[in-house]
Design a binder for this molecule. Structure first.
Ligand code: AFD
Ligand code: MN
Ligand code: MN
Length: 424
């Protein structure tokens, strides 16, 4: 199924008048407070978030997986799904692939197909957390950190193969997340594991094309429950530093222990010039991979305040991706909701009165600092989001349009009700 502009336009029509008056009211109020509304709109219009290929099917948990109809069974169908999300939201024109789940049969045909849909290839992801059929060595006890050189070599070669696959599609970065670690005290020599990991990453870095970036994820636990080799941002930062200037840390919102101050981590990494990528999701306990903004929208806003402040002072924009898993909701609806939450946080950070905040920070006035932060956060920015979408031919209300256009129903009719997307 493809959604064209006319389809979208038809769903917008009946909400147009109401939108126009609510947008006008908000715009006047913001302009009155000295905010350049057109500037905010253009910042928002250029904001793009990549969709991970593995989030387009049912995610499942270790207890089970509940399929739903019309899952994308091929890479091209995954591209079709991203094009649907992009047509409705106008901020999702990139896909992030996971190899070997998404190996294209014919890279140039896939690249051409994606281009015809207006979709670009964002970072590619390696998989050294599962053994593949017929694999000579096992990742059971780690990959890039493994005690045996043969296993490390295999993991390095796989990662480089992922880079080559991505390169053929026009991707420019690789995201490395390792499951490497230990589940029991004494199982792993920490220093040896880190030394091996550093050495392996440096070898991959040296072999990457010169215009490629390496993004290194960290995570405190899971699937190993005692220790993870790249457990925190400091370790990831150290590894990125030891590889070179095109290696960066990637922050995944779900990869922190409860109550970690993620906005501070973001600010520190940005200031060090090593914030390269960002995975959006939400969580209550751990790597829950829930819909962005569903549990802690204020935290998301505070993170965006740091990111915007960084970007306003000339900092380079990190690569944005949603990294979520869908067990209950239709993945496309869930992704649309995530995009909405991301754009809401972005809009609120963009209307924040940073000049006055800065002044109040310098005067050490925490009460007024909080007032300023809250003022932007409590503004209903939805009319702004609708205006951005309207101007780019997307849906005023993407979820409503998705339901009105009966997208899932059409996908089930086209693909059947028992297809299964590749992934965990
Ligand atoms: C897992 C990891 C991590 C990573 C993703 C893709 O926790 O978030 O980005 O797999 O490899 O969910
Ligand atoms: Mn992630
Ligand atoms: Mn994760």
């Amino acid at each position: 199924m493809r959604i064209d502009k006319e389809h979208v336009h038809s769903t917008n029509e009946k909400y147009l008048q109401r939108h126009r008056s609510s947008f006008q009211e908000l715009a006047e109020r913001l302009e009155y407070s000295g905010i350049d509304v057109e500037g905010v709109i253009s910042e928002m219009a250029s904001f793009r978030v990549a969709i991970p290929s593995w989030a387009l099917g049912a995610g499942g948990t270790r207890f089970g997986r509940f399929s739903f109809g019309g899952e994308p069974a091929t890479l091209h169908q995954k591209l079709d799904d991203v094009a649907i999300i992009d047509a409705l939201t106008s901020c999702a024109s990139a896909i992030s692939l996971h190899i070997p789940w998404d190996i294209p049969e014919d890279a140039s045909a896939t690249a051409a197909y994606a281009a015809s849909l207006g979709i670009e290839f964002d970072a590619v992801n390696s998989n050294t957390f599962q053994d593949q059929l017929g694999q000579n060595h096992s990742y059971k006890f780690g990959s890039l950190c493994h005690t045996e050189k043969a296993v490390r070599d295999l993991a390095i070669e796989h990662t480089l193969e992922v880079v080559r696959t991505g390169d053929a599609l026009g991707s420019k970065s690789i995201t490395i997340w390792l499951a490497d670690g230990a589940s029991f005290p004494g199982q792993m020599n920490f220093r040896r594991a880190l030394d091996h990991t550093r050495d392996s990453l440096q070898r991959i870095y040296r072999e990457m094309p010169e215009d490629w970036k390496m993004l290194i994820e960290y995570k405190p636990y899971e699937p190993n429950f005692y220790a993870t080799v790249i457990n925190d941002w400091g370790t990831s930062y150290h590894l990125a530093q030891s590889c070179g200037e095109r290696a960066f840390t990637l922050v995944d919102l779900g990869h922190h222990l409860p109550n970690t101050n993620i906005e501070q981590i973001v600010a520190t990494l940005a200031g060090l010039g090593k914030l390269g990528g960002f995975h959006f999701n939400d969580s209550k306990y751990g790597d829950d991979d829930l819909t962005v903004g569903s549990v802690k929208p204020y935290q998301l806003y505070l993170i965006f305040c740091e990111l915007i402040e960084w970007m306003k002072t000339g900092g380079e924009e990190p690569a944005w991706m949603i990294d979520a898993s869908h067990n209950l909701k239709d993945p496309l609806e869930d992704l649309i909701q995530s995009l909405e939450a991301i754009q809401t946080a972005l809009a609120k950070a963009l209307i924040l009165d940073t000049a006055t905040l800065d002044k109040k920070q310098l005067q050490n006035d925490p009460a007024m600092c909080q007032e300023i932060l809250k003022d932007a956060y409590e503004t209903d920015v939805r009319p702004l989001l609708r205006e951005v979408r309207l101007r780019s031919g997307a849906a005023l209300d993407p979820i409503t349009a998705y339901r009105e256009l009966q997208v899932r129903h059409h996908l089930i009719r086209e693909r059947g009700s028992t297809t299964r997307a590749t992934g965990l």
